[in-house]
Design a protein around this ligand. Structure first.
Ligand code: PNS
Length: 167
């Protein structure tokens, strides 16, 4: 039997505890899971790609079957290069479903050998998104418990740096 390799793709700007929860679940299900950070030159992210990779590596240091990588271009081409047969995506609420279904079916059309597997995060994370986390921190709120401690600290530093620049 060959190893089942899964890709968990995303922007991860930044990694939240919802992502961490899905990766943990995926690591139990698949032989290897690769966290694949999208290199997207069109978006203006808060964290650079190397920062996002560092965050994920820190969060999963010592996890033998969890890797962190970057990709650009089509996800299914990346999956093929990595010999992955599964794409993992988290589904929080019905509102996620429409876009996720479109992506899953488009990816299936592009490469029928790769199956998308949807996983639900633990209940406390069903409303957590990277976008909301950034907004709350920018407006002075706490995201303690919703992101790894290292992300909380990095968000604080980014906010301080921005405030210093503006002063
Ligand atoms: O965390 P995100 O931003 O919801 O992740 C979106 C992601 C990275 C999964 C998606 O944008 C993607 O797969 N991009 C790669 C380009 C691609 O393959 N597009 C066609 C997918 S239907």
């Amino acid at each position: 039997m060959t190893d089942v390799i899964a890709i968990y793709p995303g922007s991860f700007d930044p990694l939240t505890n919802g992502h961490v929860d899905i990766i943990r679940r995926g690591s139990r299900l698949f032989d290897r899971i690769i966290i694949a950070v999208l290199i997207n030159i069109e978006k203006a992210p808060l964290f650079t790609v190397p920062e996002r990779v560092d965050i994920a590596r820190e969060a999963f240091r010592g996890w033998d079957n969890v890797e962190v990588d970057t990709f650009d271009g089509l996800l299914v081409d990346y999956a093929r290069r990595k010999k992955a047969s599964v794409i993992v995506r988290g589904l929080r609420a019905i509102s996620d479903f429409e876009f996720e279904m479109q992506m899953a079916l488009m990816n299936r059309r592009l490469n029928g050998d790769v199956e998308t597997v949807f996983m639900m995060p633990a209940e406390p994370y069903t409303y957590v998104s990277s976008r909301l986390v950034k907004e709350v921190v920018a407006l002075g709120g706490s995201v303690h418990g919703l992101v790894p401690d290292s992300v909380e600290e990095r968000l604080r530093q980014k906010k301080l740096a921005r405030e210093t620049l503006r002063a």
